[in-house]
Design a binder for this molecule. Sequence first.
Ligand code: 5GP
Ligand code: ZN
Length: 114
Amino acid sequence: MIDCLFCKIVAGDIPADLVHETEDTIAFRDINPQAPTHILIIPRKHIATINDIADEDRALVGSLYTTARDVARQEGLAEAGYRVVMNCGEGAGQSVFHLHLHLLGGRGLSWPPG
Ligand code: 5GP
Ligand code: ZN
């Protein structure tokens, strides 16, 4: 956990462009955006992957989605539509092992993703 990039952002040791904060979550702009709006929503608590979510984390994981809802409204994406996605494991493209939702919007998004 000491070497976790997103824990360092939570602690304020690494700067990030924060767009939203709650008691349990923070949201900040992705450093390498894949859409006009690309925001990462993370729990303050370190959880490495979906595989590591404990039953007691259920409310915390729910708060990632209520934060996504609020950030989408704040960014003006709620009506046009947006995508929320969480990669689990290297095979799915996860590169930072601290749970995070990607919120993508501001352009058309095709399906299925690559
Ligand atoms: P993953 O590939 O794990 O699903 O997503 C990790 C995301 O974190 C990537 O989209 C990547 O661009 C972003 N990222 C990596 N390092 C940093 C950083 O230092 N700051 C910010 N804001 N985003 C980062
Ligand atoms: Zn972490």
